[in-house]
Design a protein around this ligand. Structure first.
Ligand SMILES: [Zn+2]
Length: 395
């Protein structure tokens, strides 16, 4: 049967396609020396890894977790690992030992997740500079065949395509704050989703000037929009989009799938900046946005299943800003609004969340900053599961 990306009921079928797209993208990202291990194997290893059994403790495995990319990838599909390490090990032993070394649990999919709420990281790099290794900030929560996109960094529409989420499933957009690595493709996401067949309502939520941005975007692109309406028989796009500017913390919206709550977070001088919490039937997910350590965020994330938090690695900031002429100001800005991974760990521990996902990584592409370094920093203050976010990872 041919797949129709415009039909939400094809989600399940699209997953297999997404595997291939994800693998293709991974190869494009220069990780073409990785091998792949079947997901079923990873789930079995996940269970054995959590038990801390002898098999993993006694395994003698080289550290390949970082040099060749993530030890964790989309749990639906494949776990990319160094192909150099695989031949000398059983696949199960390799995964179990990797988990033991890092303390990371593979994000296995429970039955509830399979049929319930899905969180997919679309962009995990911090900052607006386009990179080969990762896209700018964006996440999608999919539940009941509706897509709730949080932040719209560069390339968000294409990342949704890679993730196998039909653009026509777009229902709500949430912007955490007005910075280009979170907003660059806000208008483009709606416009391209409409060009892909979206003909249903979209609600957009976020700080001012979201209304003005939306209005001017449609005005700027009126020529294409009018042509597609008249030539291609599309419905008018402007009436589909309902913008809600948020200026304060509290309840944002509730529908049949999710309750969304916002907290004011600390991102000087960007005011307001929000973190969002999504409570669905089966999961609670918090997206920090960009923030220095924030008590408001701790309260928002209290008892959540998953906290996705922005982080930086301080020893690498000088190398990062050394590439640009505005180094001093950029360094001061980063230090003012991004917490070290240790602090993200402390926040996750204080909030009592189960899983901490490190994302909006600053730097995002420094080979000297390995996954192990991120994980160990966060684990120094947090006893739950730590995951280093990767584009297209499902959690
Ligand atoms: Zn920001």
């Amino acid at each position: 049967m041919a797949l129709d990306p415009a039909r939400p009921r094809d989600f399940e079928l699209r997953r297999c396609k997404r595997v291939e797209l994800g693998r293709k993208l991974t190869r494009q990202l220069g990780q073409n020396r990785q091998g792949f291990i079947e997901a079923d194997e990873s789930r079995r290893s996940d269970r054995s890894g959590r038990a801390g059994n002898d098999e993993q403790q006694n395994a003698d495995i080289p550290d390949v977790s970082s040099k060749n990319g993530s030890i964790l990838s989309n749990s639906l599909c494949k776990i990319p690992v160094s192909s150099a390490a695989v031949p000398s090990l059983t696949r199960r032993a390799f995964l179990a030992s990797t988990i033991a070394m890092t303390g990371v649990s593979l994000p296995g999919r429970s039955a509830a997740q399979s049929s319930g709420t899905r969180l997919i990281l679309l962009g995990t790099g911090g900052g607006p500079r386009p990179r080969t290794a990762s896209s700018a900030s964006a996440q999608v929560i999919v539940t009941n065949n509706s897509a709730y996109v949080i932040d719209c960094g560069d390339g968000v529409a294409r990342q949704l395509a890679f993730a196998g989420v039909p653009l026509t499933a777009l229902r709500h957009i949430f912007i955490t704050h007005q910075h280009s690595d979170h907003t660059a493709d806000y208008g483009n996401l709606i416009w391209l989703a409409w060009a892909a067949g979206l003909s249903t309502r979209v609600d957009a939520w976020g700080p001012p000037p979201l209304e003005k941005m939306t209005r001017l975007f449609f005005e700027m692109n009126a020529s294409d929009i009018e042509a597609r309406i008249s030539n291609e028989g599309r419905v008018p796009i402007v009436p589909l989009v309902h913008v809600h500017q948020i200026r304060s913390a509290g309840a944002v919206m509730t529908d049949e799938n999710v309750k969304v709550t916002a907290a004011l977070v600390d991102h000087p001088p960007v005011v307001p900046a929000f973190g969002y919490r999504f409570d669905t039937r089966d999961r609670s997910i918090v997206i920090s946005g960009d923030t220095a350590p924030s008590d408001n965020l701790v309260k928002l994330a209290r008892g959540a299943d998953v906290l996705v938090h922005s982080v930086m690695y301080p020893p690498a900031i000088d190398r990062l800003v050394g590439r640009v002429p505005n180094a001093a100001a950029l360094k001061a800005s980063i230090l003012a609004h991004q917490p070290p991974a240790e602090e993200a760990g402390r926040i996750a521990q204080a909030a009592g969340v189960r899983t901490l996902v490190l994302s909006h990584l600053v730097p995002a592409d420094d080979p000297q900053v390995t996954d192990r370094m991120w994980i160990e920093a966060a684990q120094s203050r947090f006893r739950g599961t730590v995951i280093v976010g990767k584009d297209l990872m499902e959690i």
